[in-house]
Design a binder for this molecule. Structure first.
Ligand code: URA
Length: 270
């Protein structure tokens, strides 16, 4: 696809998400200081010409930390991939561990693998995953810089909600992943993920916009991408949530709640 068509598609998607205006960057924007790509997620390292040594050390430290986290996740995966702690192992095709940057600042947590994820062993690769990828793209996040996992590692039959007995067996696996990755922010995608992580029965509408905590890590809540596919009234408020989440990631020193927009009232067409 050529650049013009790509740009048109992107703008159309933003409009679909409810963005009816476009802010153009100022032509006088200050020149960006090149930042080492690997270092952006943990520690920003500025490279000034002629300065080596300290910066090089930081890159090396960062690479070591990244390799350590990667191997810890791999070891953990090997330990649990044949899990038989709950009956879901009998019907699963693949164990869906999680994917992404082993040192991600932002970790998304969904509910459980669906049909496509169960077949491929990767979270969010079905229709909801496609929409999720598009949203990530517009907020300029890529799967390489985030980490994605689910409350459950195995697909519940017919995508029913996870049972408390399944969650209690599986959540220690997620806890370990969080312990290794050490995200700065966790985003729960949808009611099931949010309620299980926060141990609450509050509805999603009451959980959005707030800064919650999971094991002392700030946790925010937004819609599950599948909910956006089912009801397009959720798209605009979800888009606002994602812009806020991106802002929190870009300014980790300023973790503040925002007043989320409720979705438009559903029209029953009566
Ligand atoms: N829905 C989820 O909650 N997780 C997935 O991985 C896919 C769909």
């Amino acid at each position: 696809m050529d650049l013009k068509k790509k740009l048109i598609k992107l703008l159309e998607f933003r409009r679909e998400l409810g963005e009816d205006y476009l802010i153009m960057p100022s032509w006088n924007e200050p020149e960006k200081v090149p930042v080492d790509k690997k270092a952006t997620s943990r520690e920003k390292v500025e490279f000034k010409s002629g300065v080596t040594g300290k910066a090089d050390m930081k890159i090396e430290e960062n690479e070591n930390a990244n390799n350590q986290a990667k191997s810890a996740l791999e070891k953990h995966y090997q330990e649990i991939k044949d899990c038989q702690l709950c009956p879901l192992h009998e019907t699963r095709h693949k164990f869906v561990y999680g994917i992404g940057n082993p040192q991600a600042d932002l970790m998304f947590i969904g509910e459980a693998p669906g049909k496509d994820e169960d077949l491929r062993g990767v979270p969010f690769v079905g229709a909801a995953g496609g929409l999720f990828d598009k949203i990530l793209k517009v907020v300029e996040l890529s799967r390489d810089e985030i980490y994605i996992a689910n409350i459950l590692k195995c697909r519940p039959p017919k995508n029913r909600d996870p049972l408390p007995s399944e969650v209690s067996k599986c959540i220690p696996y997620l806890n370990r992943q969080i312990e290794i990755i050490k995200p700065r922010i966790i985003c729960a995608l949808g009611r099931v993920a949010a309620q299980n992580l926060l141990d609450t029965n509050l509805p999603l509408g009451r959980l959005r916009g707030e800064i919650h905590f999971f094991n002392r890590i700030p946790l925010v809540v937004t819609y599950h991408p599948a909910a956006l596919l089912r009801n397009s009234n959720f798209k605009k408020p979800a888009w606002e949530d994602f812009k806020w989440i991106k802002q929190l990631c870009d300014n980790p020193g300023q973790i503040t709640p925002y007043q989320p927009e409720p979705p438009k009232k559903l029209s029953l067409g009566l």
